[in-house]
Design a protein around this ligand. Structure first.
Ligand code: SF4
Ligand code: FES
Length: 252
């Protein structure tokens, strides 16, 4: 185990309306075994002992599952590791003497609440207009009663691994939510249970996405590069196909 001396440049903003600014903090003896959030815990203990306000940041599971942790680290959503959430990022990725810049997600649809915490309820509202199957399915059927091709089941499972963190939005120069919405539409469009509400689902979710102020996709693929769950761009292509088909066939 080795230890790092770091300079942290952290975005501080008391409320959504307040003027924000970067503040510099020196942190000594940071273990390379720590996760990034544990390092922030150490910073906060230091700030509290110095009678300063601790830095507010989002976290819950700290296991890469809940999608709550959300930081821009040196300009990268979730930091420098591929397919890794901030809570699973370790300090061994950094070098002694590094300066690390820590910012909140930046997007019009994600207003800053405080310091590094942003309001991501826009994603919940997109899901609430169609990201579910509303028919009552009754008891579990026999496994072979509803055949699903293996390839479709695998693709649906891959799409369902989106943890709703919003890194795709934060990484996109247009703050587009197409990767997130593509994953949510795909996981159901690919399975028989999702078919009855397929057209309305995609039309409603895209309309809500636009209403929330997310930008358009211009195929720069930063979303895919930032995604900790490895959600593929093929889900954006499927979203576009689903939307086009629904626009032609929906009776709404
Ligand atoms: S698509 Fe990836 S980056 Fe976007 S919300 Fe889902 S898990 Fe996060
Ligand atoms: S805290 Fe749950 S994914 Fe990071």
């Amino acid at each position: 185990m080795s230890e790092l001396n770091l300079t942290l440049k952290v975005w501080r903003q008391a409320t959504g309306d307040a003027q924000g600014e970067f503040k510099l903090y020196q942190l000594r003896g940071v273990s390379t075994e720590m996760s990034f959030l544990e390092m922030l815990d150490v910073l906060n203990e230091k700030l509290i002992s110095e009678n300063e306000e601790p830095v507010a940041f989002d976290h819950d599971c700290r296991e890469g599952i809940c999608g709550t942790c959300s930081l821009m680290i040196n300009g990268q959503a979730h930091g420098p590791d591929n397919e890794t959430t901030t809570c699973q990022l370790h300090m061994r990725k950094f070098r002694d003497g590094d300066t690390i810049v820590v910012e909140p997600w930046r997007a019009r649809a994600f207003p800053v609440v405080r310091d590094l915490v942003v309001d991501r309820s826009a994603l919940d509202r997109v899901v609430s207009v169609g990201g579910y199957v509303s028919v009552n399915c009754g008891s579990a059927q026999d496994a072979n009663a509803l055949p699903v091709p293996k390839q479709d089941a695998d693709r649906a499972m891959d799409a369902a691994s989106c943890i709703g963190c919003g890194a795709c939005v934060a990484a996109c120069k247009n703050a587009s939510a197409m990767l997130f919405v593509g994953a949510k539409v795909s996981q159901m469009a690919l399975l028989p249970q999702g078919k009855p509400e397929r057209a309305n689902r995609v039309l409603n979710m895209v309309a809500q996405m636009d209403e929330e102020g997310f930008g358009a996709c211009t195929n720069t693929a930063e979303c895919e590069a930032a995604c900790p769950a490895g959600i593929s761009l093929e889900n954006i292509a499927r979203l576009n196909r689903e939307y086009f088909k629904a626009s032609l066939t929906s009776s709404r």
